[in-house]
Design a protein around this ligand. Sequence first.
Ligand code: ZN
Length: 214
Amino acid sequence: MLLEREREAIVRACRDLAAAGLVVGTAGNVSVRAGDLVAVTPSGVDYAALAARDVGVHRLDGAPVEAPLAPTSELPLHLAVYGAYDTAAVVHTHSVAATAVSTLADELPAIHYYVAMFGGAVRVAPYATYGTSELASHVVAALRERTACLMGSHGAVTIGPDLKAAYDRAGYLEWVCEVYLRAAAAGQPRLLPPEEISAVAARLASYGRQPGRA
Ligand SMILES: [Zn+2]
């Protein structure tokens, strides 16, 4: 089986996303790039029943190489991200707080130093119908110099040098969105200046630590 390790990791990530409440039902999708190939979740399969062999392998132009099921409808989004950025994994969720923020704002502002993990304030990509190339290009633009974006009235995308990094960022993004919603409901949150976010980003890069353990 092609990309067996990557496909097994995607199955585990999907089950973890569901268990963590970051997706509901068959929503969300996950991909990993390995060279000229992309392993990506199929469309509409319950994560509890998902097996590694169900995870499709496609070329970067979308052509199926070893894909027994139809790919996620967001395959164009995953491929567009790999075409635009040097990244190895894409996680797309419909997590509740991130989706709520995506309906309210143009960006998730720098209310907490964790946004340094994403490269700064997280943009909200304009809404477009799911599965369209228009949505894919909005997401690519919103990810410029960032490792995360929100998708207007839809959900969130995180990327990373490996699946663990992209998966972990999805959880941190959800946490910051939840904090933002609670803070904004109670008052006007204070924002951190861009130079502080840059300083935190430099610390993260130099120590290679997760911010929670810093
Ligand atoms: Zn979606």
